[in-house]
Write a protein that binds this ligand. Structure first.
Ligand code: ADP
Ligand code: MG
Length: 217
């Protein structure tokens, strides 16, 4: 598990199975992926709300929110912890930092899922290998990769945060879909047609999928 000899795994006294029995449902990870503006946050939050109403324990890990805390960028860290600290630990959007961003999220999602929670993650997560790394932490069937599918033109037209506009103007470098690649999943568990259907319908498709797989009643 580790190459650090002083770091030894401590078994939890309450198992994942016991936590799931108490909750009345299994934990799992629902991993939304797709271009900026494709609807990941919107759909994940709708699903979260529906699950909560059904009495299911769920939690959303959202890209923008996580980058305010756990995976804060150098700009945010500098103010509080100084320049050196910010340089060492702040995460930006280079391929390397995106990899580390997703590695941490995968690890946090694993913690939530093992607490018996249906964990919804809403990150662009553009690289296939990084998503596969998060998948590898889950048992078969417990990682549900959801491609929120909308063509770049549609996402760029929505542009609720004005990010595409900035990327096109060269004010943001390495923007996914513009000057950084998006590697679509090859075998996602679910594809949501975000250009053709409204977010409510897509959230219902996720709920139906979970019911079909016996994850919820
Ligand atoms: N299925 C959909 N159809 C139309 N507009 C949508 C849909 N899903 C999301 N949107 C809109 O697209 C914009 C971006 O959605 P958001 O969830 O913030 O995307 P992401 O988290 O993938 O960047 C928002 O203005 C949202 O209201
Ligand atoms: Mg979002």
């Amino acid at each position: 598990m580790t190459n650090e000899p002083h770091v030894v795994w401590h078994e939890h006294s309450v198992s994942r199975k016991e936590r799931e029995e108490l909750n009345g449902h299994r934990g799992c990870v629902i991993w939304f992926t797709g271009l900026s503006g494709c609807g990941k946050s919107t759909v994940a939050n709708l699903v979260d709300h529906k699950l909560h109403s059904l009495g299911v324990h769920s939690m959303v890990l959202d890209g923008d929110n996580v980058r305010h805390g756990l995976n804060a960028g150098p700009g945010m860290l500098k103010e509080r912890h100084g320049e050196d600290f910010a340089k060492r630990f702040g995460l930006g959007f280079s391929a390397e930092d995106r990899e580390e961003n997703i590695r941490r999220i995968g690890a946090v999602a694993e913690l939530f899922a093992s607490a018996g929670i249906i964990t919804l993650t809403a990150f662009i997560s553009p690289y296939r290998a990084d998503r596969d790394g998060a998948r590898a932490l889950q048992d078969e069937g417990d990682f549900i990769e959801v491609l929120v599918d909308a063509p770049l033109e549609v996402c760029e037209k929505r542009d609720p945060k004005g990010l595409y506009k900035k990327a096109r103007a060269g004010e943001i470098k390495g923007f996914t879909g513009i000057d950084d690649p998006y590697e679509a999943p090859e075998n996602p568990e679910l594809v949501l047609d975000s250009a053709g259907k409204d977010a409510e319908t897509l959230a219902d498709e996720v709920i139906d999928y979970l019911r079909g797989k016996g994850k919820i009643k």
